[in-house]
Design a protein. Structure first.
Length: 607
């Protein structure tokens, strides 16, 4: 499971319709003092600067002031500018007296400082040397999102002639980035910092998939096949010709250049190893990735041990479910039964969608028992686009618009249809949709009292930790009453526990791809198709998968502490509001916030 989020410094999501207006300057709230005003002005100025530098992020937010630009990435000058901006923000923050801020602004101060300090660590010479040499991979790269973004069904708006013209300009900027990416890859070749062979093969296949669409079948041509009534008929023929010309002479040649470079020059020199420990500076880079992902300075060895403990605990729960259905045999044999029994295989993509729609209705009927804060944004269900389905997760989420006029999207994967087992549907919906990513991300975006970086930003430990925690609410929301569905829930939790073992095994202990896949198959009922994509994801995106369990365990521990200290006064709706109402928080900041909330009596937070 994943969220389509930050790639090449840009926030990515689907949104439309949108506004061309910027967020207004901060307005003092009752109780604000001079230091609060200074803090909010810092947040506002920093955000305005970052939107200018990241036009794609601005489009997602509903701000079209820079919609004719793609943004400049993969240059030394841009990296130097970004570092100066972070340092300037931290210097300005230090000039603000935290003790004189309101409690909410103290939380915002702490989040901003933590985010900026973590971002600055990425510019340490050793870390930057590795990240520069590995600019894209098959899981995180322009080719994994931009075609969908610009397809007419993604974030880019297509309501006016100007929208269509702006998209042509952005597409040109997109295509130009590939020459810079090739230059970065060549630098890595000279330094001995290269991608694993399997990652390169996957990228080549992705570019081949885009190229084989042809011109009029191209995802980049698609916007001119679905003109709205607001585009005059006289303009449509001109735009069709312009889009066809751009696909033929700009976009496809750019895809072909990088595909040919990867195939002919890079692939022969790619490495047979899989983990970061096999490249120069890889161990330090992995340590940075662990901290950036989990928001805690954890060591690979302790993360690995935590994973082994969680795997053992969840296996014992699985054995209880095996007994509940009366299956005779070993647990691995039960896993094979779950993988191979035809009754668990969906008959069509439409059948999967109908099943999720049924799950949604059942959860909606109970959601008020656990949540007082309900997002305005509706939710839409879609299959994963075919050009990325083979390497995509089983499910993913894209944000809607903050005002609720554009739905959030739960993508479900239908690749290798027989392996999209029905027993995994309830837990996947809890994670990706309600009350998981859709609730957490939408509530943050809709909270206009928060500064923009807290409404629209976030860290993986909180965002994915919350979604995994949401799975644990299955009983309260009437899900997983069937032992097979409960096995699906345990299978998903086991997946996150195995990630702690496998990710650290790959990147710090020399595990092979095959060993990682075999470990996952031995401990969970998921398919080889899923676990192959999972393991190749961890190889491509080191450390990110560790955040889920770290975040979930933190939230569960805080909930247990609240129940113990508040006793009969504990209200799950108030607890969930306290966790959610200030957006995505680093784990240490969340821990301090919930401790203060408990000390204050566990009341429903104001909003």
């Amino acid at each position: 499971m994943r969220i389509v989020s930050v790639i090449a410094g840009m926030l990515l999501a689907c949104s439309a319709p949108v506004s061309s207006q910027a967020l207004p300057p901060p307005v003092p709230l009752p109780g604000d003092g001079p230091e609060d005003a200074k803090l909010k002005r810092l947040f506002y100025d920093s955000d305005e600067r970052d939107l200018r530098l990241n036009p794609i992020s601005a489009i997602f937010r509903g701000d079209l002031r820079y919609a004719d630009r793609f943004g400049e990435a993969y240059t030394d000058a841009r990296e130097a500018q970004d570092r100066r901006n972070i340092e300037a923000d931290l210097a300005a923050l230090k000039r603000i007296d935290r003790a004189r801020l309101t409690p909410v602004d103290q939380i915002a101060y702490d989040v901003f400082r933590t985010d900026q300090e973590t971002a600055l660590k990425a510019y340490a010479p050793g870390i930057l040397r590795v990240s520069r040499a590995l600019p894209i991979n098959h899981f995180g790269g322009l080719q994994t999102f931009y075609a969908d973004f610009a397809s007419g069904k993604g974030a880019a708006p297509f309501r006016t002639v100007l929208d269509y013209e702006n998209n042509l300009k952005r597409n040109a900027g997109y295509a130009a980035l590939y020459d810079r990416i090739v230059a970065r890859f060549r630098t890595g070749l000279a330094q001995g910092i290269v991608q694993p062979r399997l990652t390169v093969v996957n990228m080549i296949e992705q570019f081949d998939n885009l190229l084989k669409q042809g011109v009029e079948g191209s995802t980049f041509y698609a916007p001119v096949t679905m003109f709205p009534a607001t585009v005059p008929a006289a303009e449509q023929a001109r735009l069709k010709a312009a889009y066809a010309h751009q696909v033929r002479t700009v976009i496809d040649p750019a895809h072909r250049r990088i595909r040919d470079f990867l195939k002919n020059e890079y692939l022969p020199r790619s490495r047979a190893t899989f983990g970061l420990s096999a490249i120069p500076g890889g161990a330090a880079y992995y340590a940075y990735r662990i901290e950036a992902s989990t928001t805690k300075p954890l060591r690979a060895a302790e993360v690995h041990q935590l994973g082994l403990q969680e795997v053992a605990r969840i296996r014992s729960e699985m054995e209880r479910q095996q007994a509940a259905v009366g299956f005779k045999g070993t647990l691995p044999q039960f896993f094979d039964h779950l993988r191979t029994d035809p009754r668990f295989a969906p008959t069509s993509a439409d059948a999967i969608k109908q099943s999720y729609e049924s799950i949604a209705k059942r959860i909606d009927a109970r959601i008020g028992e656990q949540f007082a804060l309900i997002p305005k944004s509706p939710l839409e269900l879609r299959p994963v686009p075919t050009f990325r389905e083979k390497t995509d997760a089983a499910g993913s989420y894209q944000q809607g618009t903050p005002d609720g006029t554009r739905a959030g999207i739960f993508y479900f994967n239908t690749y290798d249809l027989p392996t999209r087992y029905s027993w995994g549907e309830e837990t996947l919906y809890l994670h990706e949709a309600v009350p998981g990513h859709h609730f957490q991300i939408s509530l943050a975006q809709e909270n206009v009292a928060l500064p923009a970086f807290m409404r629209f930003g976030g860290n993986t430990a909180y965002v994915e930790g919350w979604a995994l925690y949401a799975e644990s609410l299955y009983r309260e929301l009437g899900m997983e009453t069937d032992p097979y569905q409960r096995m699906g829930g345990l299978g998903d939790e086991m997946l996150r526990a195995m990630r702690l073992v496998v990710d650290t095994g790959l990147h710090s202990m020399g595990w092979s791809r095959e060993r990682a896949i075999d470990y996952m198959l031995a401990n969970s009922p998921g398919s080889r198709t899923d676990y192959t994509a999972e393991v190749e994801r961890y190889i491509a995106n080191p450390g990110q998968a560790l955040a889920y369990k770290v975040g979930q365990l933190t939230i569960l521990r805080l909930k247990a502490d609240a129940k113990a200290k508040l006793g009969g006064k504990f209200d799950p709706r108030a607890f969930h509001a306290a966790v959610l109402d200030t957006g995505s928080l680093p784990m240490p900041v969340l821990e301090r916030k919930i401790a203060a909330w408990i000390a204050g009596g566990g009341r429903m937070p104001g909003r």
